[in-house]
Design a protein around this ligand. Structure first.
Ligand code: ZN
Length: 466
């Protein structure tokens, strides 16, 4: 659902992913399942080739391995994407099963493996893994000559017309770029990528601004004293989930004779096991959808309240490793921040990140340090008396501090930095009397990209300055 913007020459291309539910008939479901399985096998085959090549490079030149020998010439090329893709037509002659899948779907499937490989190379961890039965869950149709949407149906290659619930229309000026068919426990979905060459300017800080603090007690607290209690998606469904998981654990996972299933596929999985597994997966789907729906509505609500929103730049993965990990994961703050940024872009609301360190330990009024334990729920400042007469919730005080930091970092500098870019920021922060960036300056950097004089609106993106 997130917009991807790519600069192509002077035109900004906007890509949006719209998700629709589709209703393939029983023949189409059978075909789709078969394609997924074929794609899974070809993915694993291609991964085996890569693994063999990697293993062949592991042996030392001067001795033999005690475990295994991979005999591959020293100049044997790495099985690249293009090589593996070009091998597909040959493989089709050997394995006629591959012919039933649209060739572009097979190609993008191989590309997916190489994307995973590239990620591994860049990050240094996360070697691509084999996909087990049922783990391949989506197929990508990367190209359409004409609009595949006809009324309430979508035309997919080799599959024909599939019923689609077009609950929201494709906006004017957008064309369909690609379609990914996704299998979930509750049904099938089509993620339709639509593209437009609209000139879209990113929102800039303007109007009324608020800071928001996220937490487990109150999900969101804003600097305008609005508090949203935390909904407990996982906990409410937990008792039902426990029952279903218990039932699943009592089913036989493997049976020697499962009727009406293809060899090598489901044959090893019991029919009752599958039924119970799908029930668990459906409940998880339900929790996931409820959470996303809530977060979208909350993001719109916040965008109604302000023109500029500041959030913390926390790494919520670290928070999720703590004692309240389950609750943190259930709240999924990271997903909420991403959704808020997306909704903000659509509604011309600027969403900026600020330094999260010490926001709850600082007085938003006089900026002095006010130490609090987690049990202290109210902010009371001895220095300036803020919160002495009227108690201030600590989350609200923290949101006000976030708003202060955002305001200080963005407002006075925008005009200057638009012309001078990042360097200007670095210079101004170096100019501070102590020679090091002040805490106020550490908050935000506004990078001005693109030529403002050329009519193209400045792309203001935020990056935290560490
Ligand atoms: Zn104070």
């Amino acid at each position: 659902m997130l917009p991807i913007k790519q600069a192509c020459g002077n035109i900004m291309i906007m890509i949006l992913n719209y998700v629709y539910r589709i209703y393939p008939d029983s023949n189409q479901v059978e075909l789709l399942n078969e394609w997924l399985e074929t794609c899974r096998i070809s993915y694993n085959y291609a991964l085996r080739e890569i693994k063999d090549w990697v293993a062949s490079r592991k042996n030392s030149l001067d001795r033999c391995s005690l475990i295994s020998e991979y005999i591959m010439a020293a100049d044997y090329p790495f099985p690249s994407y293009h090589q593996q893709q070009n091998n597909l037509p040959k493989a089709k002659k050997q394995f006629p099963r591959l012919k039933s899948v649209p060739s572009q779907v097979l190609q993008t499937n191989i590309r997916r493996l190489h994307e995973a490989w590239d990620f591994f190379r860049n990050r240094g961890y996360g070697f691509p893994r084999y996909k087990k039965y049922g783990q391949m869950k989506s197929l990508l149709f990367p190209q359409f000559r004409s609009n595949p949407l006809t009324g309430w149906q979508i035309q997919l290659p080799k599959l024909g017309k599939v019923q689609i619930n077009l609950h929201r229309p494709i906006p004017d000026g957008f064309v369909i770029k690609q379609v990914r068919v996704v299998k979930k426990a509750i049904g099938w979905f089509a993620v339709v990528a639509i593209e437009s060459d609209f000139e879209l300017s990113s929102p800039v800080p303007h109007g009324h601004s608020i800071g928001i603090d996220v937490g487990l007690l109150s999900y969101v607290a804003t600097s305008d004293s609005y508090i949203e209690p935390r909904p407990k998606f996982f906990k409410t469904a937990n008792s039902r989930l426990k029952v279903l998981q218990k039932r699943l654990s009592r089913k036989m996972k493997r049976t020697s004779h499962a009727p009406g299933v293809s060899p090598g596929g489901v044959s090893s999985r019991g029919k009752n096991y599958e039924k119970a597994r799908i029930k668990v997966a459906k409940l998880h789907n339900h929790i996931e959808f409820k959470r996303a729906d809530y977060q979208f509505k909350l993001a719109h609500k916040l965008c109604d309240m302000a023109d500029t929103i500041y959030v913390e730049d926390c790494d919520f993965r670290i928070m999720a490793k703590g004692m309240l990990g389950v609750h943190t994961i259930d709240a999924s703050f990271g997903q909420f921040r991403t959704i808020l940024e997306y909704v903000g872009k659509k509604r011309d609301v600027f969403v900026g990140k600020v330094d999260h360190r010490g926001t709850s330990q600082t007085c938003p009024n006089c900026r002095s340090e006010v130490r609090k334990e987690l049990s202290d729920r109210y902010h009371v400042c001895e220095e300036c008396g803020y919160g002495v007469d009227v108690p201030i919730d600590r989350d609200i005080a923290s949101a006000q501090e976030i708003c202060n930091r955002g305001e200080e970092a963005v407002r006075p500098r925008v005009g200057v930095r638009r012309k001078r870019g990042v360097q200007a920021f670095e210079e101004t922060s170096k100019d501070s009397p102590s020679g090091t960036p002040t805490k106020r300056a550490v908050g935000l950097t506004v990078l001005a990209c693109g030529d403002t004089s050329g009519g193209e609106s400045a792309l203001l993106s935020l990056a935290t300055c560490r």
